[in-house]
Design a protein. Structure first.
Length: 93
């Protein structure tokens, strides 16, 4: 068995405070966007449940359609974050 040697370790992670602040702010903005959409969904379900019984599309009610929309929206926001997030070394745009 070979001994562990520091040369086999990965290089230390590069950290850029400006990039970290940008990415954190971007993540919070996207979270607030999703939170608003989810909050609207919950409020409609809580106070106007009859609205969710309406059929949209091909026999799917609004509750199912909007629930699927929330799932697809979360994935879309993840892609937006992945595209807009900066990597260390890119600096300010």
């Amino acid at each position: 068995m070979s001994p562990l040697h520091p040369s086999h370790l990965p290089p230390p992670e590069v950290r850029d405070p400006a990039v970290e602040r940008h990415n954190a702010r971007l993540g919070l903005v996207l979270f607030v966007v999703y939170l608003a959409a989810y909050g609207a969904y919950v409020l409609v379900n809580a106070f106007r449940p009859a609205v969710m019984d309406e059929l949209v599309g091909v026999g799917i009610n609004l509750a199912v359609a909007s629930g699927m929309g929330l799932i697809v929206g979360a994935m879309a926001l993840a892609v937006v974050y992945a595209v807009l997030a900066r990597r260390p070394g890119e600096g300010r745009a």
